[in-house]
Design a protein around this ligand. Structure first.
Ligand code: SF4
Length: 325
């Protein structure tokens, strides 16, 4: 079983900020995501933004996969907590913090990357998604069972559908079952509303089950979700090349997602080796350093100069194209 990539420095609950080899992506299938969006990005670029997490289209088969309805259930949350506790010798609270970050990243990453890069929001119904877990408790792949999406009226997938009237568009071979349900919204504000609603609807039951089992409050648990949302927005710079795009999209997202995601990260912007960077100061502590000596680059309890020192060091470990998150 693969191990979690090592974190050189920074916010341990994500455990993805690493120069570890990227797993191969099913880019051919992801090509169905299309090539759209103000960034002119493609499905392959969505996958690249998510790396080292993987994204699949289709219902997965094989061991260590479960649909998100299970992962969000009492049984699923208890099983995941136990896996993290056992793998990391963690307390209930630390295990819950890790699990909240890891699961949330698997849900929000594909949705936010698709929203920013393709201007399409995939359906996030828990029964229509699966995640693959490692023995460590980290989720390394997300699978969307169907390519059901909400799109803008100018999107080729809209194909004459009227905004506000969802339609089922048969995109598979003639005579086969329709493969995509397309909803059309009139503008970017409405598309953002769909994104916010999809994320909160999916993660609400999961957060509720966690809250019922550990002594972490809703602000801390939703704060973990907010941190992963912010990070997903900033990671779109891998495709756009522009740190401002993800930052501005995130600001609009959090304005709409309050009060649930009120404990959102704040930006920490600076110039490093002549290049602008956008980093984060998280709204809540992730408890990561309880499991090791590493301190988070997003720590809300350090002063700005120390946080920036950590972010500069983290950027330098990544080589060309490194980001502050
Ligand atoms: S106190 Fe700061 S460094 Fe320690 S776990 Fe919390 S956020 Fe990370």
């Amino acid at each position: 079983m693969a191990e979690i990539p090592t974190v050189a420095t920074g916010s341990a609950p994500d455990r993805t900020r690493t120069a570890a080899p990227r797993p191969s992506q099913p880019v051919g299938r992801l090509g169905r995501l299309g090539r759209l969006g103000h960034a002119g990005a493609s499905g392959a670029e969505v996958a690249d933004v998510l790396s080292p997490r993987g994204l699949d289209l289709g219902r997965p088969a094989g061991p260590d996969w479960a649909d998100c309805a299970f992962h969000s259930s009492r049984q699923g949350v208890e099983r995941s907590l136990e896996r993290v506790r056992a793998a990391h010798d963690a307390t209930d609270e630390v295990a819950a913090s890790y699990l909240a970050n890891w699961y949330a990243a698997g849900v929000v990453g594909p949705a936010i990357a698709s929203y920013v890069l393709l201007r399409r929001v995939p359906a996030l119904d828990a029964t229509g998604m699966s995640m693959h877990w490692l023995d460590s408790g980290w989720f390394d792949r997300t699978a969307l069972h169907r390519h059901d999406v909400t799109v803008l009226s100018g999107d080729p997938l809209a194909r004459g559908l009227t905004a506000g009237t969802p339609g089922s568009v048969p995109t598979a071979a003639p005579g086969t079952e329709p493969r995509e349900t397309v909803r059309v919204v009139p503008d970017g504000d409405a598309l953002r509303d769909v994104l916010v609603e999809a994320i909160l609807d999916h993660l609400g039951p999961f957060v509720g089950e966690l809250r019922a089992r550990v002594r972490l409050g809703l602000p801390a648990l939703w704060g973990a979700v907010a941190g992963q949302c912010a990070r997903a927005f900033l990671l779109t710079e891998r495709a756009t090349g522009d740190p401002a795009t993800g930052r501005d999209e995130a600001d609009a997202f959090f304005e709409r997602a309050s009060p649930t995601l009120r404990a959102r990260p704040r930006w920490h912007e600076f110039v490093h080796r002549g290049r602008p960077y956008v980093g984060m100061r998280c709204g809540s502590c992730c408890l990561a350093h309880r499991l090791g000596d590493e301190h988070c680059t997003t720590c809300p309890f350090t002063d700005d100069s120390e946080r920036e020192r950590r972010m500069r060091a983290w950027i330098d470990t990544q080589g060309h194209g490194g980001l502050a998150v």
